[in-house]
Design a protein around this ligand. Sequence first.
Ligand code: ADP
Ligand code: MG
Length: 324
Amino acid sequence: MHKKHPTSINFITDNLISEFSLIDRFFKRQTTNPSVAQGIGDDCALLSMPNGYELAITTDTMVENVHFFAGCAPYQLGHKLLAVNLSDLASMGAKPLAVTLALTLSNVDKNWLQAFADGFFALADRYSADLIGGDTTSGPLTLTVTALGLVPTGQALRRSTAKPGDIICVTGHLGDAGLGLKINQGYDCKQPDAALNRFNQPEPQVVFGQALIGIANACIDISDGLVGDLGHILEQSRVGACLDWEALPLSTEVLAYIENTGDWAMPLTAGDDYELCFTVSPGKVDAVTFPYTKIGFIEAELGLRLNKSSNIQPLGVKSFEHFS
Ligand code: ADP
Ligand code: MG
């Protein structure tokens, strides 16, 4: 607790639960990883590092009314907060090791905290990520996770190493989370459950990320939409690309949405899918053993192009309206 903030004591005493009992009750659990020499309870956590590995570190914050709707289900929030961080580890091929959790709470609601912790730990347990520390403060609801993972030294998947000729691939489907957001905003979908579930509880592709070590040339997770995130690979690798719209993996519901609205750009631009986009040389693509879809090629010519109905056009983010 930051004792310099006078409000941080009040919210705790008002609710008759101290910071320590809050942490003990909801967040302190047995750690499982042999690398964790000290978990929750001292001023720092301690990790020992196995030989031959680098530590991958990532942080993501979610702010109420910015990254999630006020009043959204705490179980799903706990899941999603951790999922977006594990997705960053996955995109570099790192294996989750441990996480820290910084909670800024506007009030202490024990039911909310229990459901939040349940969602958080259900996912953490699936990937053996130990919660080893954090911070608890009072203020507008803001949630931060730092995730730590292990990746074999020198082998992490980067954004900067795509090569002309590489095949561009994605895991899963594109646009389901974007459709989930549209449904939350009032779009009437016949079968909304899968899209809503993707938006509320995305699955980080932790296993696929690690499986791409030594195979993919570049990788990123799709948090802000395919065009934007692939754009990071293109920029940092100083290459261009051509995507094939007809090859995009789209669910029945997303296809129906496009049919109904004409909004064919949605699966290219909508965020929150947390699938992986990776590039792999043609000679190595057969080594990828999990399901994926080939959606285009890396090219030496800079810029992003889209092949749609056998028409190749430059694809700037601004050109979408012009296109549709
Ligand atoms: P300090 O004042 O020394 O920073 P704190 O009182 O903030 O210590 O935290 C005590 C212990 O509880 C530390 O090990 C810290 O990492 C852990 N901790 C605090 N908040 C959380 C949280 N939300 N989740 C997990 N661990 C936490
Ligand atoms: Mg502290």
